[in-house]
Design a protein around this ligand. Sequence first.
Ligand SMILES: *[C@@H]1O[C@H](CO)[C@@H](O)[C@H](O)[C@H]1NC(C)=O
Ligand SMILES: *[C@@H]1O[C@H](CO)[C@@H](O)[C@H](O)[C@H]1NC(C)=O
Length: 349
Amino acid sequence: MMSSVLWLSVSLLVLVQVSAVENCHPGCRCDVESFGLFDSFSLTRVDCSGLKPGATMPIPIPLDTAHLDLSSISMGQLTDAMLSGPGYTTLVSLDLSSNHITTVSPSALSRLRYLESLDLSHNSLTALTLDLFYGLPLSDVDISYNDFHDFDMNVFATKVNAEPVTLDLSNNKLTTVTTAANGKTLHIQSLNLSANLFTSVPKLSGLPLRYLNMDANPIKRIREAAFLPLEELVYLSISGCKELWEIEQFSFKGLQSLQVLDLSNNPNLKKLDPKVFMGLDSLQELNLSNSGVVSLQNDMLAHLPSIKSITLGQDIRCWKTKKPGQFHLHLGQLQPTEVLICNAEGIGL
Ligand SMILES: *[C@@H]1O[C@H](CO)[C@@H](O)[C@H](O)[C@H]1NC(C)=O
Ligand SMILES: *[C@@H]1O[C@H](CO)[C@@H](O)[C@H](O)[C@H]1NC(C)=O
């Protein structure tokens, strides 16, 4: 008896009820998702993606809409009026992807005071006005697949709180980014710069990054201390850079929190001096698979005190293990020493 009551209340709690909304704009789909005991909790999701062009904007939506999808409706320009109707002020997420948007007017988003997630990917944007995000609690912004050549991170300076932001700027035409002026911090924690036109690592000061992706950029050389201000970085990927041929000694200086370094798929990277890895005190995983580097010098371990796994060449994996200490006539049993063992012969480690 007790257990069935328990079961009943648990199942009511997790029950998600989806019901359609009446008076939904033709061509859109409106659903109310209810959660919790007695449906105490509900949110409205409106999907107008692919609505045929020419609809009058703002498109009327239910008053308490939380999620709105306005993708693929050929907006062209995002004007101040287009997101100003009743129902828009409660939006938590907004999808404006694939709309051929070339300009966003300065106050277009100003009423969306609860907006956390914004998707502007697959448009034709080249610039944003600096107070576009003024007062918004954004935490997830996708601006991938646009036409930016430079991106000014200060657009996040007027956001309402210090909530960490995940920013996707992949697949633009970026050669530079502008970061915080005068020692200010912009709360960007995850930054995706893959598939842009960077020829060197950009200066990213004032960003408390934990994740950085620089994959598939035409970077030829990584210079000493290239990532110096990023002391909180945990994950760094520089993979698929076909032109990368040199990583200078001390390149990763200052990255004392870095745990994963992905240097895979860099075919022209043929050798690495052990001093390249100086300062990577927390590095646990190094990925060099399908790079030009097929062996490593045996004094590398000295610079990588936390390493657990290294991947090399086509299918070579090395991992750290303890070698039992040998018995020494005068010193007795010696401490075990740590060595890397690999699943292939002849790897110089
Ligand atoms: C970064 O962007 C690339 C290319 O668009 C994508 O494949 C990758 O999944 C992205 N990484 C993250 C963490 O979103
Ligand atoms: C290393 O990178 C390759 C290619 O990007 C990937 O397939 C593989 O899973 C990675 N290995 C590890 C251990 O992360």
